[in-house]
Design a protein around this ligand. Sequence first.
Ligand code: NDP
Length: 290
Amino acid sequence: MDSISGGAAIISGKDIAAGIRAGLKGQVLKMQEKNGVTPGLAVILVGDNPASKVYVRNKGKACEEVGIKSFQHTLPAETTEEGLLKLIDKLNRSKEVHGILVQLPLPFHINETRVIEAISPIKDVDGFHPYNLGRLVTGNPLLQPCTPYGVIKMLEAAAIDVSGKEAVIVGRSNIVGKPMALMLLRRNATVTVCHSRTRNIEEKIKRGDIVVAALGKPEFVKGEWIKSGAVVIDVGINRLPDGKLVGDVEFGGAAQRASWITPVPGGVGPMTIAMLLHNTVDAARMSLGV
Ligand code: NDP
């Protein structure tokens, strides 16, 4: 799964995600044979944000590949909050739907918090509902946010023990940075979370045995900030004006110093979708009580 780049070995999210998807395919078949149930994922898209359309299409394709039934609901941009909440209510009660995902961002006139909180926590495959985040805080997770969960699976696949290590996370969003901190803390890392107001960020990053960059700024983390032998996880996906995709870490320089590094593309990105499928199969299993 890994090849050497500079000094660092690559953690290939692409390969690990393919392994996860193959495993899920087997689990779906088993569930169909044993329980007569096919896991179902409903994806709701409001409006016509081009990036969101691509994400939704990719999620649908990924579902089909592993045998998950995908239900796509594309609503016009002028959909009211009430209309969206009604659809969620219907999907919460549907026996065919085990996971519900509302593609973010939503149009400004719709309250994102209210929408996320309307999704039944046992169908909340994004893991954004306060119930699921609360379960994560208390160390008893149910459905976990896909991107940081994918990072954990990558660390496990590379047999990287995080216990007792200094983990430095750059970014504190509800979907990546904060749940990432909780997941690493639960695995006994000593966690520092940096954000836009952090002073001397370079000094903080230099301490990291594990550095997770999730801020959305192309190549913000410089190669020379990486401690020798550190593990570098690059969550960022940024498109440069010339069309090239880069992460939040200066890959070449960081790869010279790190022991392990994730590439962009082919790193955390494919893991996020794989964990969405994983959560959907888990949610279907929960609905069966198995
Ligand atoms: P948000 O914009 O929600 O959060 C960015 C975070 O980074 C904020 O906490 C912000 O701090 C912090 N930040 C911004 N600028 C700086 C800075 N100069 N120094 C330190 N901290 C800074 O982003 P997301 O968490 O949604 O996404 C982060 C990145 O990860 C993006 O590139 C996104 O595309 C990518 N992503 C990739 C996914 C994948 O599947 N690989 C999935 C999700 C996201 P503050 O809170 O103070 O504003």
